[in-house]
Design a binder for this molecule. Structure first.
Ligand SMILES: Cc1cc2nc3c(=O)[nH]c(=O)nc-3n(C[C@H](O)[C@H](O)[C@H](O)COP(=O)(O)O)c2cc1C
Length: 180
């Protein structure tokens, strides 16, 4: 069947549902889920995500140039959902969702302890694209919890990464298939 073109991303799915943490100039933290996310370059290490222009996440990145991409597992689904609610700017979704906030290594923005891995980023540049803004970040630190790293790869059945279909629907990645 043909779909409305505006809905194309609903079959470019499921996509990793990450939580992006940021802070404003006053140091007030923010967390929001994003799934328009992709790796861009490995050397230098660059990652991109697309943000609607009105997101507090984008406003904070423009203020401080820093953000952390926090990887999500099945066990944080309900808390991640709370972070997608609209709160006034300056209200921390990290606290609203009762996430544990911890210090990052290279950036002043906090990260979420419950995540299985973290990409600490500095804004490289942004580019308006249609009704979104593409944010490109340079990764200045990357960490994964030891129990989820096996033979130089993410242990997917253990990490159970959360992927977004659309709306309230998610997929939990659990099964790895390998080429013979
Ligand atoms: C799983 C999921 C993925 C989302 N992905 C995006 C996205 O890629 N880009 C975007 O602009 N908004 C996305 N949103 C919506 C934002 O998370 C939501 O509007 C949030 O309130 C923004 O928070 P902020 O204003 O504090 O940045 C997504 C929401 C969910 C639940």
């Amino acid at each position: 069947m043909k779909l409305e073109k505006e809905k194309f991303y609903r079959i470019l799915a499921p996509r990793p549902a990450v939580l992006i943490t940021t802070a404003d100039k006053k140091g007030r933290s923010n967390a929001a889920p994003f799934s328009f996310v992709m790796p861009v370059s490995s050397n230098p290490p660059l990652v991109a995500f697309a943000s609607a222009p009105q997101r507090h996440t984008l406003a904070n990145i423009r203020e401080t140039r820093e953000f952390v991409i926090n990887m999500s597992s099945e066990n944080i689904l309900n808390k991640l959902w709370i972070c997608s609610e609209k709160f006034p700017k300056g209200v921390s979704e990290i606290e609203k969702a009762s996430f544990t906030k911890t210090k990052s290594t290279m950036v002043s923005v906090p990260k979420i302890e419950e995540s299985f891995g973290w990409l600490e980023c500095i804004l490289e540049f942004e580019k308006e694209a249609g009704d979104h803004v593409i944010v490109i970040g340079r990764i200045v630190d990357v960490e994964v919890k030891d129990i989820f790293w096996r033979e130089e790869k993410l242990d997917v059945p253990k990490a159970k990464p959360l992927l977004h279909v659309t709306g309230k629907d998610f997929v939990v990645a659990e099964r790895v298939v390998s080429v013979d």
